[in-house]
Ligand binder design. Structure first.
Ligand SMILES: [Zn+2]
Ligand SMILES: [Zn+2]
Length: 467
């Protein structure tokens, strides 16, 4: 009567697409993009063809081939039968691509439930980037489309922790968890066979670890029949890490120089954003954000709990990249970007370089061309505040980063605190919750959970597991 089927997140980090069926109710827990699977077949110059709709994605196994799920326009383009959607909802755990992006392909009648802050992030992402078939989460344009076509909105339902809601035969309780993006949730889902708990992505060493503890407490209390637990770092070596340590190390790095400092981190990680914003303040520097990231400030500052400065905050400078004519002419900044031009805190590379000891630049590798205009002087520094490379592609990027730094004589520093729980914390959390059965997802080492649970299910993709 109640079952789980895993269409993604199986022996891979991310790409979670978990179907929960109970009586006549069907919900997906996340519907994410699998980077590793995509990278198995595609790279820079070979991509799934947009002109072929969803066919390339289905054929290459990037999305499951199941009926009653996808958009009518994509089914039509694929020469498939158009069917009424057979899914009652998607519960989205958080805004990361490996959980959210392939919602893009789903039928618009399937409601998407997400946290309020998650919605703000998706709105910022939508406003700042151009439409692609793999990033149409909040709305989409039926293919083939012309520029003047109006997008079709999906049904978005937002929640916050403490809310409970019903979907068919299921009662759903989202509970906040700490992760490297705000608006991250785990779920307790009350099915006719008993409660099912899903962690989403979690950590217990972050500055808001209490939120993850709240989830663990609740999950333990309800005695779940199934626990679906992430295991990203289950097998990794332990090291000391905390947001506080990133603050301490990086503030020291900044305080020791009166030259240009770049900090490279994921801007959606609001803890990190706050860390560097405060480091800038403490060191009498203004915090320089990229034009692209100003969208996150615009949206995330709307949620008072997040304590994110708005884009016109006196401590914020927006870096205006050279475009079009190369002369910073107003006509070079079209569309949504033009909204930032009227603020009087947009600076060019030259203006930033002229105040090198008064700025901390949240500028990373992808905007390193800024260095050509900024001409950093000896003593300039670069803080890499993201994880060390863990695949070939990232190692190549790392080599390029090093080449740029060497070229401009910048010293490199590394300081990071991961968004994923340490192995020890995961094992403890899972044994504390003590579910009847454990389904590890989002990991390439699911068997490492054997240390803690005798009732572990090593999941196979597409197989149906009755609870
Ligand atoms: Zn993930
Ligand atoms: Zn995540």
């Amino acid at each position: 009567m109640t079952s789980l089927t895993f269409y993604g997140g199986v022996n891979e980090i991310g790409g979670n697409k978990i179907l929960l069926e109970d009586k006549d109710t069907k919900v997906f827990l996340d519907f994410g993009k699998s980077f590793s699977r995509r990278a198995k077949f595609f790279e820079e110059y070979i991509n799934p063809r947009t002109s072929n709709g969803i066919v390339d994605f289905i054929t290459m196994g990037l999305v499951p081939d199941i009926p009653g799920v996808y958009r009518d326009d994509l089914m039509k383009l694929a020469g498939r039968k158009i069917e009424k959607p057979d899914i009652d909802a998607v519960l989205l755990s958080h805004a990361h691509s490996d959980h959210a992006d392939y919602i893009s392909f789903l039928h618009e009648d399937i409601p998407i439930y997400m946290g309020k802050a998650c919605h703000l992030i998706l709105r910022a992402l939508e406003e700042r980037s151009s439409r692609t078939i793999e990033r149409e989460i909040l709305n989409y344009k039926p293919r083939p489309y012309s520029m003047k076509d109006k997008p079709i909105d999906r049904k978005i339902e937002t929640f916050t922790t403490g809310d409970k809601f019903k979907i068919g035969s299921l009662d759903i309780e989202p509970i906040h968890v700490d992760h490297s993006v705000p608006g991250a949730y785990g779920f307790i889902i009350y099915t006719s066979e008993g409660p099912v708990a899903y962690t989403g992505d979690i950590r217990l060493h972050g500055s808001k670890s209490q939120m993850t503890r709240d989830f663990i407490e609740k999950a333990k209390e309800v005695k779940p029949v199934a626990l679906i637990a992430e295991g990203t770092r289950i097998n990794e070596k332990e090291r000391e890490e905390s947001e506080e340590l990133v603050y301490k190390e990086s503030s020291k790095t900044v305080s020791e120089t009166d030259r240009l400092v770049f900090a490279d981190f994921n801007f959606k990680d609001v803890d990190r954003l706050r860390t560097f914003y405060n480091i800038a303040k403490e060191n009498g520097r203004k915090f320089v954000v990229k034009l692209n990231d100003a969208y996150f400030l615009k949206y995330l500052s709307q949620d008072k709990h997040l304590d994110v400065p708005n884009m016109d905050d006196e401590g914020i400078i927006i870096y205006l990249p050279k475009r079009g004519s190369g002369t910073y002419s107003e006509s070079d900044y079209k569309g949504n970007d033009s909204q930032f031009l009227d603020l009087n805190n947009t600076w060019t590379a030259e203006q930033i370089a002229a105040r090198e000891n008064k700025v901390l630049c949240a500028i990373g590798f992808y905007s390193f061309t800024a260095l050509i205009d900024m001409k950093p002087k000896s003593g300039a520094r670069y803080i890499h505040s993201a994880s060390e490379p863990y695949n070939e592609e990232q190692e190549m990027s790392q080599e390029r980063i090093d080449a740029w730094l060497e070229h401009f004589g910048m010293a490199k520093f590394q300081s990071h605190c991961s968004g994923h729980a340490r192995g020890k914390d995961l094992l403890e959390a899972v044994s504390e919750i003590n579910a009847k059965a454990l389904y590890p997802v989002h990991t390439i080492h699911p068997d490492s959970y054997k240390k803690t649970s005798k009732n572990i299910v090593l999941i196979q993709e597409g197989k149906n597991y009755s609870l």
